[in-house]
Design a protein around this ligand. Structure first.
Ligand SMILES: [Zn+2]
Length: 142
């Protein structure tokens, strides 16, 4: 089996397997090679230049770093969110459910709070039409 990178007249590139190079030539002459993207029959073998290969390797090497950066960015955002909540919201801890209800039903008692709620408490609040937002609470240090 041999793998070729095929390229169509519209510059689409895709991989295709052949049992050998003669099979590729045969299929090409019979116009059996078709671009998988635009269906044109004007497809030919793309020359794998060292440039293309090295680009590919670089991309693969770079990928874990990209993922890592993405993760760190999300983490940074979550920590920012945590800091924002800590600064602007009152911490009520386990009294959260009770406090949420008092805020919800007493319109004068308007303040931002945060705290913890059990699974049942969340369900209970939901049944009363109170939607909670929960955010992943990340530690600031690693
Ligand atoms: Zn194409």
């Amino acid at each position: 089996m041999i793998k070729y990178i095929l390229k169509c007249e519209n510059k689409h590139e895709f991989e295709s397997w052949f049992s050998n190079s003669a099979e590729y030539e045969k299929l090409r002459k019979k116009n059996f090679l078709e671009c998988i993207f635009c269906k044109t029959l004007k497809v030919k073998k793309s020359i794998m230049s060292p440039n293309v290969i090295s680009k590919k390797i670089k991309y693969q090497d770079a990928k874990p770093a990209l993922e890592q950066n993405k993760f760190l960015k999300v983490k940074k955002d979550l920590i920012k969110m945590r800091e924002y909540v800590e600064k602007n919201f009152d911490f009520v801890g386990k009294n959260f459910t009770k406090e949420v209800k008092s805020i919800y039903y007493d319109k004068k008692n308007k303040r931002n709070i945060y705290g913890t709620a059990t699974q049942e408490e969340r369900k209970e609040l939901q049944e009363e039409g109170i939607e909670l937002a929960s955010i992943p609470w990340l530690k600031k240090e690693n």
